[in-house]
Design a protein around this ligand. Structure first.
Ligand SMILES: [Zn+2]
Length: 232
């Protein structure tokens, strides 16, 4: 995770762990556990391009998938590139999108593992906004997703998301976004509105990292395939 404040982008890039986190996790196709052990991604000689090893969770010899999946890699790479560009607002928008993409994917995954046909999963996703997806998740996992975050000691995750969303929405709807800082003049403090800066850039990239860690835990907790509840 990126450490503290810094003013130089080169320093930020060398401090960013985002790229490293992108190749840390992998997912077991059998039990659904997402594990932070790169050594599990062993190329399968019989199936070029695929990975196979003994899963440290279910102890079976199973195929493994990269996590995040290749479809998500692009957005995380773009977030990392924002460090070079020094564009806090772009990083904030993209990190929010990464979270929302994971939420959508998690709904699909939950439905799929409950034997919902893919065309119905797609239809559910197409016809629900973000809030609807949050509600579907709550119904299917039996608790609010914020409660799950608290249980795994990720209390701050949704607090950070809220802060990022506020800035993103302000920018999307008005084309500008400033933040309030307390400026000291002598013994007095005055509010001042300034452009987003390195602090916001760090917040966005750190949040993107946290998103990968959070969804790894969520996917692991709710990764099991369920047997059909009825038979014909
Ligand atoms: Zn497994």
């Amino acid at each position: 995770m990126i450490s503290t404040k810094g003013s130089d982008c080169i320093d930020l890039m060398s401090e960013s762990n985002l790229k490293k986190v992108l190749s840390t996790y992998s997912e077991c196709i059998s039990c659904g556990a997402v594990i932070d052990d790169p050594s599990l991604m062993k190329p399968d000689r019989l199936n070029p391009g695929k990975y196979k090893s003994e899963c440290s969770s279910c102890r079976q010899e199973t195929f493994r998938l990269p996590f995040p999946s290749p479809q998500f890699l692009q957005i995380f790479k773009m977030i990392d590139e924002c460090l070079k560009l020094n564009r806090p607002i772009l990083a904030l928008i993209l990190s929010c999108t990464a979270h929302e993409a994971f939420m959508e994917n998690f709904v699909f995954r939950l439905l799929e593992r409950k034997n919902c046909p893919p065309n119905i999963c797609d239809s559910v996703l197409d016809s629900t906004e973000y809030r609807g997806k949050v509600k579907i998740i709550e119904n299917l996992i039996g608790k609010r997703i914020e409660k799950f975050a608290k249980e795994i000691k990720f209390d701050e995750y949704f607090v950070k998301l809220q802060k990022i969303k506020e800035k993103r929405n302000k920018f999307i709807h008005t084309g500008v976004v400033h933040k309030k800082i307390d400026k000291k003049i002598g013994d007095y403090t005055f509010p001042e509105y300034v452009d987003l800066d390195t602090e916001d850039l760090i917040m966005a990239v750190s949040f993107a990292e946290l998103t990968i860690h959070f969804f790894a835990k969520l996917y692991t907790a709710y990764g099991k395939w369920e047997p059909p509840e009825w038979e014909y």
